[in-house]
Write a protein that binds this ligand. Structure first.
Ligand code: FAD
Length: 446
């Protein structure tokens, strides 16, 4: 239950922040709920990882908790008029080199779902969808998971629509760059200060700043001299490249009804988890690369952490040659030689937060070499242990978007101490932070 006169400042209007605002304002229509973001919600270009042409929406997890939450979210995507226009139920085609497919199917059965989900032998699967994925890499593939209930959503469009609905319901949207958090004499978080010097106050301050979260906590730690605020190894900002090809004429016709495609490699294969999302109505086909990199820089004198480039747009449209090459190599793993002539329309570096417990990423800021990581991909949805009134809601390496409709429900439960114990533990900001396992392995989720 919220205390009387509770007020909420949410830093970051990506899916974590907006979903929180949406659930809070519905539960407490008279409460003061403010979203603060460096970009306008309807800006032409935004740095949010959540702001994208499209994102996969699926419930094919080998972790039963996320299957349950993803099904809950997917049901909203399919049935609620606010979300439904953005969802496309194209299905998922997933090459599995482990027992992943069987684990997913078992979880669905245990949860009593009858979704159209099967694991097929490779020879049978590659004939599907007119043989679209016949030229993909099937080395080591055990079987192919087909889930016709999954699909993708127009991510930027849905983010804009839900934010607009929040504003209509009474949420205040402030476009401002946050410089630091504010604290009272006892170390309680009382609000924020923007780069232009304006202060905003609230009884609850929720940091949902995605990849910028560690930098904001560094700045706030320095200002308050409360060094327990720092993210340490819990959260690391990382970048990954996406590419989009323009499909025209027959080529668009061929691919327009394709499912989402995933190449599920295991760490032993030495390749990451990559895939491709069906073309938009304008014929733009997106996939992502394999290089995941940090950008370690001095965010304060003597403090070096990974942080997006310090420009307003995180230099997200300035994609260096080696990362464009990464996109070509990933394309070939899916579409083979016939894709060599495709016109590349866009490249973007997307900054996000890999899982805090992930063994990580060991790429220097020159963006040329690479390493990758395995991940448990858990979110952080938790009170911050170093300051009363301060809460963190972000993370979820590669896979947070699909939970957009329900994230705020769980974040609200966290704010009110009502989160179920299993989720409290799973999403905790532990006092000392998890220990990172610095091994070289592969992300497994999207
Ligand atoms: C390339 C890529 C592909 C992905 N594909 C999928 C997918 O297919 N399916 C899926 O489910 N998930 C996917 N994800 C993961 C998903 O995008 C993220 O988990 C999710 O978007 C994170 O949301 P967020 O709200 O934590 O952060 P963000 O969306 O990054 O939002 C953070 C917000 O904070 C704001 N901000 C930051 N600093 C400040 C500041 N100082 N002051 C004011 N505002 C600030 C930013 O402007 C931004 O709007 C993908 C991620 C990437 C990188």
């Amino acid at each position: 239950m919220a205390a009387k006169n509770a007020s909420y400042l949410i830093i970051g209007a990506g899916v974590f922040g907006v979903s929180t605002a949406y659930h809070l304002i519905q539960k407490y229509p008279n409460a003061s709920v403010t979203l603060v973001d460096r970009d306008a919600y309807d800006a032409e270009s935004r740095v949010a990882a959540s702001w994208d042409w499209n994102k996969v929406v699926r419930a094919d997890y080998d972790d039963k908790v996320y299957v349950r939450l993803a099904l809950e979210a997917q049901d909203i995507f399919k049935n609620d008029p606010l979300w439904q226009p953005h969802f496309h139920q194209t299905g998922v085609y997933w090459t599995c080199r482990s027992d992943y497919a069987q684990n997913v199917i078992n979880h669905h059965k245990e949860l009593g779902r009858n979704d159209d989900i099967v694991a097929l032998p490779v020879a049978e699967a590659r004939k599907l969808y007119g043989g679209l994925f016949d030229k993909a890499d099937y080395t080591g593939v055990k079987e192919v998971l087909i889930n016709k209930a999954s699909g993708w959503a127009a991510a930027g469009d849905s983010l804009r629509a839900v934010t607009k609905r929040c504003i209509e319901l009474g949420v205040k949207y402030v476009t401002a760059d946050v410089a630091t958090l504010e604290f009272d004499g006892k170390g309680t978080c009382t609000g924020l200060m923007t780069k232009s010097g304006e202060t905003l106050s609230a009884s609850h301050v929720i940091v949902a700043a995605g990849a910028f979260t560690p930098t904001l906590l560094e700045w706030s730690a320095a200002k308050s001299r409360n060094f327990g605020l720092r993210a340490g190894e819990r959260i690391t900002a990382a970048g990954i490249t996406t590419g989009m090809a323009q499909l025209k004429g027959d080529m668009y016709e061929k691919f327009k009804d394709m499912p989402v495609g995933f190449q599920g490699y295991t760490p032993e294969e030495g390749k990451p988890f990559i895939g491709s999302i069906p073309p938009t109505k304008d014929g733009e086909l997106k996939w992502w690369g394999s290089k995941i990199f940090t950008n370690t820089r001095e965010v304060l004198p003597g403090r070096h952490i990974s942080s997006p480039p310090p420009t307003h747009d995180y230099n997200q449209w300035k994609v260096p040659g080696p990362l464009k090459q990464d996109i070509i190599e990933s394309r070939n793993l899916w579409y083979g030689p016939e894709s060599a002539d495709w016109e590349m329309k866009k490249h973007r570096i997307c900054w996000y937060v890999p899982d805090p417990k992930s063994p990580l990423i060991l790429m220097p800021s020159d963006m040329n070499s690479r390493d990758a990581f395995t991940t448990t991909s858990d979110f952080i949805i938790s009170p911050h242990s170093a300051s009363k009134g301060l809460y963190i809601a972000t993370c979820g390496s590669f896979h947070g978007y699909k939970f957009f409709p329900v994230l705020g429900k769980y974040i609200t439960q966290m704010l009110e101490g009502e989160l179920e114990p299993e989720l409290v533990e799973k999403w905790a900001w532990t006092a000392n932070g998890p220990t990172l396992r610095r091994t070289s392995s592969i992300p497994t989720r999207r």
